[in-house]
Design a protein. Structure first.
Ligand code: UDP
Length: 411
């Protein structure tokens, strides 16, 4: 009898490890792992919604093929389709001098002439310009002459709804309603948001990668606190439902608003005193982390993945160049725009009950960012983008005496 039991348990373990999803959702009792929780589910609305989640994950896994199997991936192939898509607006007629002169008011004018970088004497945000120039300066020996307008504001500029004339402007983030050409944000090197914790601004992705990798090892999955976590300012009220859920159910979520430069009173933190800021590394203590758009895409997204926590990503409108290579349900958990408290609670409950699945998605997200969002991938993206862009220019670049030469700063 005992031998029979051991054999039965062995079979059970084998079938569970083969595929965490196999068996979940196959019959009415299978959307949860523990038997008593399954009983509870029968009396709640979760049941039906849990089956939908299982179905989404199954479908996403079926249709997923890795963008690159080459571990070195020196051509940054996972991201290149974004360049082609952004430049496709200009493929037919190319980019003329007139188009760039018209676009100049939307950003900072740069020129590459004879392997030297020139810029308008004014840059609206000097540290953002530093974060852009750092990458272009490195590439100068291999870049042809070109003329470009780089928008250093958060917001994209060339709306497909309102701009009749197409203009070529580089922006770090956009939605599908804009024709801006996405470039890797300055914050990979410098000029990210300056908060009390990072007073000179978030930057140096190379260093954050290393410190977050260490934090992910310090807070291994099994030791993480089984709660949702968020710290950030109210750059968008889309974050409110998570904050409110946390106030009602602190055992499920720990989410609070912090101050930003625009903070005037507790009204700006949804009628509460601003919370103390928490470093990216300390976020890694928690199993479930939230990403929301802010003014445009939030820089936090890439950092959160390196905690090896499960990322809940709200809304799919706002993009940076690397977002489209990440797949919902494979690398992260998508939540609809302006999720309700119930949406968030339901999703958290599902993953609390399906811990192996949560860990698998968390690991897949980590692996993707670790392997395909290295500094070399950012450089590779800049290189390919600028070379393809230069091919579209329909005029000869001339030296401009009004521009200043930009030289490399010692790192
Ligand atoms: N941030 C942080 N710890 C905090 C608050 C914010 O690390 O306690 C980071 C956050 O992840 C983001 C940046 O600071 O990368 C600015 O956050 P905020 O919410 O103010 O604006 P967002 O850019 O997300 O709209």
């Amino acid at each position: 009898m005992q031998i029979f039991h051991i054999f039965l348990m062995f079979l059970l373990i084998l079938s569970k490890n083969k595929n965490t999803l196999q068996g979940i959702g196959d019959n009415d009792d299978d959307t949860c792992v523990a038997k008593d929780e399954c009983q509870l589910d029968k009396t709640s609305n979760y049941k039906k919604e849990f089956n939908v989640i299982v179905h989404e994950i199954q479908e996403a896994r079926k249709s997923y093929t890795p963008c690159s199997v080459d571990i070195e991936d020196i051509e940054c192939v996972c991201h290149l389709h974004v360049i082609d898509s952004d430049l496709s607006f200009f493929q037919k007629n190319g980019i003329t001098r007139l188009m760039l002169n018209d676009a100049a008011k939307y950003g900072t004018r740069y020129k590459i002439y004879n392997h030297t970088l020139y810029r308008d004497s004014n840059c609206m945000f000097p540290s953002r310009c530093d974060g852009i120039q750092h990458f272009i300066l490195k590439l100068l020996p291999e870049l042809p002459d070109m003329d470009l307008v780089i928008n250093t504001r958060d917001w994209p500029q060339i709306s497909l709804r309102f701009n009749v004339e197409l203009k070529a402007v580089f922006s770090f983030s956009k939605t599908k309603d804009y024709a801006d050409i996405m470039y890797p944000a300055w914050t990979f090197w410098a000029g990210g948001p300056a908060i009390a914790l990072y007073p000179t601004g978030i930057g140096r992705w190379d260093l954050h990668r290393q410190s977050l990798k260490k934090a992910s090892q310090k807070y291994a999955w099994e030791s993480k606190i089984s709660k949702g976590f968020f710290r950030g300012s109210r750059t968008s009220d889309e974050r409110d439902s998570l904050i409110l859920l946390s106030r009602k159910k602190p055992h499920l979520v720990d989410a609070e608003y912090t101050k930003n430069q625009a903070w005037k009173s507790p009204k700006d933190t949804l009628n509460a005193e601003p919370a103390k800021e928490v470093s990216f590394e300390e976020h890694c203590q928690y199993k479930y982390l939230f990403n929301f758009r802010g003014v445009a895409a939030s820089f936090r997204f890439k950092h959160l993945f390196l905690c090896k926590s499960l990322i809940f990503h709200v809304g799919d409108d706002w993009l940076e160049f690397f977002y489209l290579a990440l797949k919902p349900w494979v690398h992260y958990v998508p939540l609809r725009k302006y999720p309700t408290e119930a949406d968030i609670e339901n999703m958290l409950e599902f993953f609390k009950k399906n811990d192996d699945l949560a860990k698998e998605i968390a690991n897949a997200g980590y692996e993707f960012i670790w392997q395909h969002l290295r500094m070399q991938d950012v450089e590779c993206y800049w290189r390919t983008l600028l070379k393809k862009y230069a091919n579209l220019l329909q005029f000869k670049i001339e030296f401009d005496t009004n521009m200043i030469e930009i030289k490399s700063k010692s790192n």
